[in-house]
Design a protein around this ligand. Structure first.
Ligand code: NDP
Length: 315
């Protein structure tokens, strides 16, 4: 029987509904949460991402402000901008859309964001809070994966979990969150000796490599749960054929647009997994939902408000 597909948009809308309630309560208390999104230059993909984030703010009644410095802005000017946002009472979250243009010092700029407003959860202080299980801001995509599992009724405790990919943004925090949730975790990367053997041990396999269709049914234990974080643009016809030959819907879309979005898992993973997240329609919508949730969390923590929360409980 093919794997049951996890429903990312449905889980995201549940979380958004809870976030909207919290925003309402905060706004009634005169503490409407605010997010500043900084978009440097005019990279089309980054523009799309920022647009979807500010649109989500509008839908949940979170105040949002888009700041668009020119592509030739200096690191010093960016640091000054971040300092101004750090000091603003009406801004709870600061999002620096990555990647920044080449000459900018991304590391310095990200480090300047006040940890209390670091809604991406990238600051080393928040990384430390996560690893020591203290309250803090957790990176959105891995937190979204945990919420997707939890709200789909997939047990994590006592499970053998394998994460493929060790980026600071996805893989490492994912491994930490699963550890905090009492899974036994193995973290794999490009130097892992026996990737197939490692992956095959997983009850829960989370893949965040950025390599279209690399994880195949040979990597997956029968009955495993697979979370595919990868989002890859496939435009090469041969690559497309390797992944989607015979899939009429994909073929039609590929013919019309000249590309398709693929995860890091080959579609044949669905032949052995019992549950998996599709791409698109899996983890993607959760990332923005968690950004909204983090903005509210930042507002509450910074302003000392203790409201009931249902997102990220226990992690
Ligand atoms: P990075 O490129 O930063 O990290 C990729 C990781 O995969 C690295 O740790 C790398 O290992 C590992 N890797 C690459 N090739 C192999 C291989 N052949 N075998 C084993 N490990 C390998 O990517 P990100 O973590 O930023 O993103 C991963 C994917 O997730 C991308 O497709 C990205 O688009 C997607 N993504 C999706 C989001 C969403 O909202 N759904 C949000 C963020 C990312 P090493 O460290 O040794 O180089």
């Amino acid at each position: 029987m093919p794997a049951k597909m996890l429903d990312g948009p449905k889980v995201a809308s549940l979380i958004n509904a809870e976030t909207a309630e919290e925003v309402k309560a905060l706004t009634q208390a005169g503490l409407r949460p605010g997010l500043a999104a900084v978009l440097v230059g005019n990279d089309p993909a980054s523009e799309v991402y920022v647009r979807s984030k500010t649109k989500a703010c509008d839908e949940l009644n979170i105040y949002s402000e888009k700041i668009t410095p020119p592509a030739d802005v200096t690191t010093e000017k960016m640091l000054q901008l971040v300092r101004e946002l750090n000091a603003r009472e009406d801004i709870d979250g600061i999002l620096i859309q990555l990647p920044l243009p080449r000459p900018l010092n991304t590391e310095r700029i990200l480090m300047e964001v006040l940890p209390a407003k670091d809604v991406d959860g990238f600051h080393p202080l928040n990384v430390g809070f996560l690893s020591t299980q203290r309250p803090g801001l957790v990176p959105c995509t891995p937190m979204g994966c945990i919420e997707l599992l939890r709200r789909s009724g997939i047990p994590i405790e006592k499970q053998d979990a394998v994460v493929v990919g060790r980026s600071d943004i996805v893989g490492k925090p994912m491994a930490m969150l699963l550890t905090n949730a009492n899974a036994t975790v193995t973290l794999c990367h490009s130097k892992t000796k026996d990737l197939i053997g490692m992956c095959k041990r997983a009850d829960i396999l989370v893949v965040a490599m950025g390599r279209a269709g690399t994880i195949t049914k040979e990597h997956v234990k029968i009955g495993a749960t697979v979370v595919d974080v990868g989002i890859n643009r496939v435009a090469d016809p041969e690559e497309f054929k390797r992944l989607f030959a015979g899939n009429a819907k994909r073929e039609d879309s590929f013919a019309r647009h000249g590309y398709t979005l693929a995860g890091d898992c080959h579609p044949n993973v669905a032949e052995v997994a019992s549950v998996m997240s599709p791409v698109p329609g899996g983890v993607g919508p959760l990332t923005i939902a968690m950004l909204m949730s983090n903005t509210v969390k930042a507002a509450k923590m910074r302003r000392g408000v203790h409201l009931k929360t249902t997102v990220g409980v226990g992690y």
